[in-house]
Design a protein around this ligand. Structure first.
Ligand SMILES: [Fe+2]
Length: 318
């Protein structure tokens, strides 16, 4: 696959029409991490949620977390995947390939921790004024860490930070003296899993029809109870990093919205994670566009958006 040396065009962060293409091209064809199974603790209870305007319900039939399933609002079971160590994934449509084909090798990586031991202590969900990619951009590089995350940078050296890309996921490596640390994963397109500082943080960013805003879902998991010093110290540390990232994303989005940014160059070493996932978005949107061009005009007339090819070709991709 080609490697982009520049960012996606700024219009991709503000166009509602472009987002409707991303929904078909990216979200309907991907698997999304919904989180550790402790997010849905009660048998028989309905846990509603939504990704890319697809509404669904997570439900476990019994106390055994292996009975977790996901259903559409009309009661049909959706395609889900439970990892042996307790992570739940969802495919929004039948257009996604198998879990194993989408995330080859990920199962081995997430086998390094038993996520059933980390209970959900503090879930947060709110609207943020940023496109979903603006937030992913910030997670996928740590060039900004030294100045944007001073407390984090004292523990996790930005100098030695590196990102290794795999098919549809990226593993982040940093150095710390904490033996519990060491698992930072971005999962394409919109989720992360971070096991560090003694707990687990997992977030998803859910795109909205207004492309300049999204819904953020942050879940904080820990062995210690909420209110305990151990958990609150963990939460304070990790939440500080999250709020610093959110502020960066929302400020970047302001500049995207008013046209200050057009596109920029990516550092091939320090921003290889950004380059990787943005190329995935570009490739999937381009393939979807070409596929829809080949379909008959009667069906294409039903779609809300038929983009111009010029919008999806980045001439700076080498
Ligand atoms: Fe950050």
């Amino acid at each position: 696959m080609d490697v982009c040396t520049s960012t996606l065009p700024a219009s991709w962060y503000t166009s509602n029409d472009l987002y409707t293409l991303e929904r078909r091209a990216v979200f309907y064809k991907s698997w999304t991490l919904l989180g550790p199974v402790t997010k849905w603790p009660n048998a028989g209870e309905d846990y509603p949620n939504e990704i890319a305007q697809v509404h669904f319900i997570v439900r476990r039939a019994s106390a055994d977390w292996r009975s977790l399933k996901v259903f559409s609002l009309n009661g049909l079971e959706m395609r889900s995947h439970l990892s042996p160590t307790g992570l739940l994934f969802l495919a929004l449509s039948d257009e996604a390939v198998s879990f194993e084909e989408f995330f080859p090798g990920l199962e081995e990586l997430i086998a390094k921790a038993d996520f059933t031991q980390y209970l959900l202590r503090r879930p947060l969900k709110y609207t943020t004024k940023a496109n979903w990619k603006t937030m992913v951009d910030g997670y996928q590089e740590c060039l900004h860490c030294a100045y944007a995350h001073p407390a984090f940078a004292k523990v996790y050296s930005p100098v030695s930070y590196k990102v290794v890309n795999h098919k549809n996921y990226s593993q982040h490596f940093t150095c710390s003296e904490n033996p519990l640390d060491g698992l930072f994963i971005y999962m394409f397109p919109n989720a992360t899993l971070s096991l560090y500082a003694g707990g687990v943080t997992s977030w998803r960013i859910m795109p909205q029809e207004d492309a300049s805003s999204s819904v953020m879902e942050f879940d904080y998991y820990h062995e210690a109870e909420a209110g305990s010093k151990e958990f609150e110290d963990y939460f304070k540390f990790t939440r500080t990093v999250a709020l610093e990232d959110l502020e960066l994303a929302e400020r970047a989005q302001i500049n995207l919205n008013i046209g200050i940014y057009t596109e920029g160059l990516l550092n091939p070493n320090k921003e290889n994670g950004v380059s990787y996932y943005q190329t995935q978005v570009l490739d999937m949107c381009s393939a979807q566009y070409e596929k829809e061009q080949e379909q008959d005009t009667s069906s294409s007339a039903q779609r809300p958006f038929t983009p111009k090819i010029a919008q999806m070709t980045d001439p700076t991709c080498a």
